[in-house]
Design a protein around this ligand. Structure first.
Ligand SMILES: NC(=O)c1ccc[n+]([C@@H]2O[C@H](COP(=O)([O-])OP(=O)(O)OC[C@H]3O[C@@H](n4cnc5c(N)ncnc54)[C@H](O)[C@@H]3O)[C@@H](O)[C@H]2O)c1
Length: 294
């Protein structure tokens, strides 16, 4: 549920969750497939877990937050009838990755979802320890977990990988330069790996979110009440994102519907990156010049 906090204002529409794509009764899209989702306990990861489970995948959900992991696993089980396997622990810890590969076995799909832009701050006063922390949360585990699951996919001659990057890996993000750099690295890793492993029947793609209401970026909680009714005009798609938007994007990228799509980064951002540098002046006009905003 979107955490819309404003009484008296119309609640913005939410996409159908867990998926807008009807489930195929009898033989769901991902029947017999195993899908690993890191950070699947809350936010976008939870949206992905619920969508993949809805379409019949046996999900293996890894999260540092045991309560969130169990809550989402329970919800997915209730919706889809298949209980996700939960692995609790810090994905930055190689021992947890070993546990995850053990629990999942030869997975068909891998979704590297863990990432965090916090703490933010000017590069001018940042320290190497901050860069290392950002590296470990946004890139290092993506390499490690992928390296752990890839050999069995290659052996079997099929597999699908989706990495969560950000629109901030495609444009600058003032106050978060190191995070932006590692998210850009995820985009290039996705493209380079796709080129390498296409020969084994493995596709690798990325999803770049923006403005999605999650525990990490609680969009509504951060929107002053007096601007709440402006959101529909600021975001080209007319609303903030919902984890289910990403769930369906990942369903597409892991399904046969995208069989000729690999190495790409799909922006799931409601259109925010479609015209960067252009600012809305009023209901009809935009500007890319310094002008008073009305
Ligand atoms: N929300 C957005 O608008 C947005 C925008 C751009 C990019 N992203 C990217 O999408 C991904 C998901 O973002 P979100 O907003 O849903 O995040 P979130 O912080 O709301 O949820 C992250 C989940 O991962 C788990 N997690 C965090 N650190 C972990 C660790 N070390 N080991 C295991 N689990 C861990 C958390 O417990 C939580 O369940 C991230 O990679 C993020 O950078 C999100």
């Amino acid at each position: 549920m979107t955490s819309f906090p404003f009484e008296g204002l119309p609640v913005p529409p939410e996409p159908p969750a867990p998926s807008a794509l009807p489930r195929v009764v009898g033989r769901p899209l991902f029947a017999g497939r195993t899908a690993v989702v890191t950070g699947g306990g809350a936010g976008i990861g939870a949206g992905i877990v619920r969508a993949l489970a809805w379409h019949g995948a046996q999900v293996v959900l890894a999260d540092i937050d045991a309560e969130a992991a169990r809550r989402t696993a329970g919800q997915a089980a209730e919706e889809s009838g298949v209980e996700p396997v939960v692995v609790v622990g810090d994905i930055r810890d190689p021992a947890r990755i070993a546990e995850l590969t053990e629990a999942a076995g030869p997975a068909d799909f891998l979704v590297n979802n863990v990432g965090d832009h916090r703490p933010a701050g000017p590069f001018l006063t940042s320290a190497e320890a901050d860069w290392q922390q950002t590296y470990e949360l946004n890139l290092l585990h993506v390499l490690r977990v992928t390296r752990a699951f890839l050999p069995k996919m290659a052996e079997r001659g099929s597999g699908g990988i989706v990495n969560l990057t950000s629109v901030e890996g495609m444009r600058g993000i003032p106050g978060n330069a190191v995070y932006g750099a590692f998210k850009a690295a995820v985009i290039n890793f996705t493209a380079s790996l796709a080129a390498e492993v296409g020969q084994y029947g493995i596709r690798v793609n990325a999803v770049a979110p923006d403005l999605t209401d999650t525990p990490q970026t609680p969009m509504w909680a951060g929107t002053p009440a007096k601007y709440a009714d402006q959101v529909g005009r600021w975001v080209p798609a007319g609303r903030y994102g919902h984890p289910a938007d990403h769930g369906d994007a990942v369903v597409f990228l892991l399904s046969e519907q995208s069989r000729f799509v690999t190495g790409t980064t799909l922006r799931v951002d409601g259109g925010t990156l479609a015209a960067p540098g252009w600012f809305r002046r009023d209901e009809r006009r935009f500007t890319n010049m310094p002008r008073p905003l009305r």
